[in-house]
Design a protein around this ligand. Structure first.
Ligand SMILES: [Zn+2]
Length: 161
């Protein structure tokens, strides 16, 4: 197995402390073949494949339980955590995409939310927002009509920088 592939696989198995550079973290992601954009951690299967259109439930759960960034897949060590969601999700204060590093969220917002296609499990045409929080609670699927995935509920919303 080539060394670089081994390194990539290792990244999927265990969270590492986040490196300083958003560009470095995002640059290490595999590509979404349809859009030629970086494929977020939360959209990847165990082999690093997937589509920007859909979240992978196992990854949503992994992000939730291990505090891993939905974009780069590295440890979410310190606030602010940033939730990328739709205006409707903001209205009910429950988000389907797990939290991200601030830099990763900025990158995702810029790269994905202007596309004509559905992204991150949402239909096209949604208005997207970034919500900064000090922490989050998990709302289990049975708590609300929400499909089979947990929802992320920010519990300490922070002002924009
Ligand atoms: Zn990140």
């Amino acid at each position: 197995m080539p060394a670089d592939l081994t390194g990539r696989l290792r990244r999927f198995w265990s969270p590492r402390p986040a490196s300083d550079s958003t560009e470095e973290r995002v640059g290490a992601l595999p590509w979404d073949l349809a859009t030629a954009l970086p494929l977020p951690f939360v959209c990847q299967d165990e082999a690093g494949r997937g589509t920007l259109r859909e979240l992978v439930t196992a990854r949503v759960t992994q992000c939730a339980l291990s505090r891993i960034c939905a974009m780069c897949g590295q440890s979410l060590d310190a606030p602010p955590l940033v939730l990328l969601g739709t205006r409707r999700e903001e209205g009910r204060n429950a988000f389907s995409v797990p939290p991200m590093h601030a830099g990763c969220a900025d990158h995702a917002h810029a790269a994905y939310t202007g596309l004509d296609d559905p992204v991150l499990g949402h239909e096209s045409g949604e208005e997207w927002v970034l919500v900064r929080t000090g922490g989050f609670d998990l709302e289990r699927p049975h708590d609300r009509e929400a499909g089979s995935r947990p929802l992320f509920v920010p519990n300490a919303i922070l002002p924009a920088p």
